[in-house]
Ligand binder design. Structure first.
Ligand SMILES: O=P(O)(O)OC[C@H]1O[C@H](OP(=O)(O)OP(=O)(O)O)[C@H](O)[C@@H]1O
Ligand SMILES: Nc1ncnc2[nH]cnc12
Length: 185
């Protein structure tokens, strides 16, 4: 069996649980304590990067798409490692110019996300990044946006996956998903 990665153990140790936030019955997994140990943020980005490069050693990444808001904490750093563009997938009404939109539901609500058309080009290879996959509604909406824009999604990456909510199954068929830390709920 592969030796556990001490960086992943350290990341997991810093994620904090808040029962009944933002609604009764939701166990909120908070990634912000990672930022009280700045080297852990770099560990997250390096683990994402190394995982991708070991699986797709000869694939050029053109853009890293980050999901509003907590995906923005990691996606620009990851984009810089790939010498790729960072592209924001923002909540509705925040981006100027021509945008494409997609609505969705998530573990505790519903929303709509958008990408600026001019930020990407047909056929670009992209990674989509967020902090957490719960029901998969948010990541699925980002994948649908990427597909509308004819982007080539190589992998979706999250710091955390709540595996008991079956979010991966909600993603479009054939999407490769990677998470660093898993919880059932
Ligand atoms: O898999 P899902 O059920 O869709 O849930 C996951 C999403 O929920 C959270 O974002 P939230 O919408 O709370 O926004 P925030 O990042 O602005 O806090 C989280 O950061 C993911 O984006
Ligand atoms: N349980 C959870 N913790 C943190 N962010 C979330 N987004 C959706 N579900 C979540």
């Amino acid at each position: 069996m592969a030796k556990p990665d001490p960086r992943i153990e350290a990341i997991k140790a810093r994620i904090q649980d808040f029962p009944d936030f933002p609604k009764p019955g939701i166990l909120f997994r908070d990634i912000f304590p990672l930022f009280q140990h700045p080297s852990l943020c770099h560990d997250v980005v390096n683990v994402f990067y190394e995982h991708f490069v070991s699986k797709y050693p000869s694939t050029k990444v053109d853009a890293v798409l980050g999901l509003d808001a907590r995906g923005f904490l990691f996606a620009p750093l990851l984009a810089e490692k790939f010498r790729a563009n960072f592209v924001a997938v923002r909540k509705k009404g925040k981006l100027p110019g021509k945008v494409v939109s997609c609505d969705y539901t998530l573990e505790y609500g519903s929303a709509e996300v958008e990408i600026q058309n001019h930020a990407v080009s047909d056929g670009q290879n992209v990674i989509i990044v967020d902090d957490l996959l719960a029901t998969g509604g948010t990541m699925n909406a980002a994948c649908l946006l990427a597909k509308k824009l004819k982007l080539n999604i190589i992998q979706c990456q999250c710091v955390i996956a709540l595996t008991g909510l079956n979010g991966e199954k909600k993603l479009p068929a054939g999407i490769d998903f990677y998470s660093i830390v898993q919880y059932e709920f």
